[in-house]
Each structure stands twice: as structure tokens, then as C-alpha cells.
Design a protein around this ligand. Sequence first.
Ligand SMILES: O=C(CO)[C@@H](O)[C@H](O)COP(=O)(O)O
Length: 227
Amino acid sequence: MAQINPSILSADFARLAEEAQAVEGADWLHVDVMDNHFVPNLTLGVPVVESLSRATDTPLDCHLMIENPDRWAPQYVEAGAGSVTFHAEAAAAPVRLAREIRAKGARAAMALKPATPIEPYEDLLPELDMLLVMTVEPGFGGQAFLDIMLPKIRRTRELINKHGLELWLQVDGGVSASTIERCAEAGADVFVAGSAVYGAEDPAQAVRTLREQADRTIASAPWACDH
Ligand SMILES: O=C(CO)[C@@H](O)[C@H](O)COP(=O)(O)O
């Protein structure tokens, strides 16, 4: 079944608790942590994640777009994140880091920027609970979906199924009513949506509509039937 994770990057940061509560019913709340070094934008850190985890019952999916995730990721688990994603391009020791995140009790995920291929990471997949294929260059919400990422989503799904892994495949960037079906058809099952959710008149309804669209596509997708 598809999971929809609203990205709070598109929310009103002055009302984060209310904005988190506005999407209760979503599977996870996607929290974009940016340090102005790994990406050219600055958002929030550990204290805000700690407060958010008290403000909502929705589990937190923290996406660390930061340098040195080896040092910081464990602190996000301690702050209450249920899933922590680090970037392959930034981690010094991704296997050790994934094991540490899991040992602390959270799901471990790794993200790939658009120009980073999946193939060098095939052997690492069993160490992960989720793989994130970025469908925009990380750093900002509201960018156009990169269609050229669809083959990478397909190849990642093939590797997951080839190894029989229970690994979630997340996409993030430009996911909306007009792109979610292409992502689901290619093999994604976890969808981050910022502007498509928080830009909607009724964010909770937008989550439900996106989930229905993705579920319908996955139900008839060859990758899901063969799995
Ligand atoms: O990580 C990022 C951007 O770097 C994303 O989570 C965006 O925040 C998604 O926003 P939309 O593209 O859905 O508006």
C-alpha cells in the first residue's frame, strides 16, 4: 500500500504544530533538515524535531540534507524521529551509520541525489529500511518533477525485488496529482509531497487523494504483482 508523507518544508514555519496536525492521517511527516552546506538552504535542527515529535502523533521521517550525517543522524533518533534518511553523497560510513540508526530504534534510510546512481549501492540495500530517489535537486520545495529519474526508480525497484527485500522506495520532489502515478508505476511506494499537500485548500484531503491515486496504480503495476 502507498504511503504519503507531507513535507513540512512547504508548511508555515511559524505554525509548525498546527501544520503537522493538519495532515494527521498521513503515514509519516517528512521533515527536511538542511544545513546550508550540503544544500543551499537552511531549515531546522534537533530542537525543532524534538518539539514536533511532541506536537503530533504522526511519526517523523527526517531527511537530513546535511554534511557529516555520521555525527548528527543518531541525535535525530534521540529527538524522536521514527525514520532517519542520510545522503549517500554525505555519509563517510553509510553501513555503520545505518546500523547505528537501527540500533537506536529508528528506520534507516539512504537518499540519492539525481546524479548519483543506485548500482554502486546494491550490496548495501539489506542494511536499509528505505531508499530515497530524489526527483529534484535537493534544497527547495516547489520544483518541477524530473522525469529523467523514472529509469532510476525502475532500476532500484528491480534490485529490491531481485533480492527479495522489504525495502521501501521513496520519491521526493515535484510529487503531485499529475506525477504520482508515473512514480508508482515505476516502482515507488512512499511519496513525499510538499506543495501538493500544503498548497491545497484541504491538506488532509490532498493526502487521501494522492494515496488513492498511488494505490490504484500500484495495484496494477507489474513490479507489485511479481513481488
Ligand atoms: O527535500 C525536498 C527538497 O529538497 C522536498 O521534501 C521538498 O520539500 C518537496 O517539496 P515539493 O517538491 O513536493 O513541493
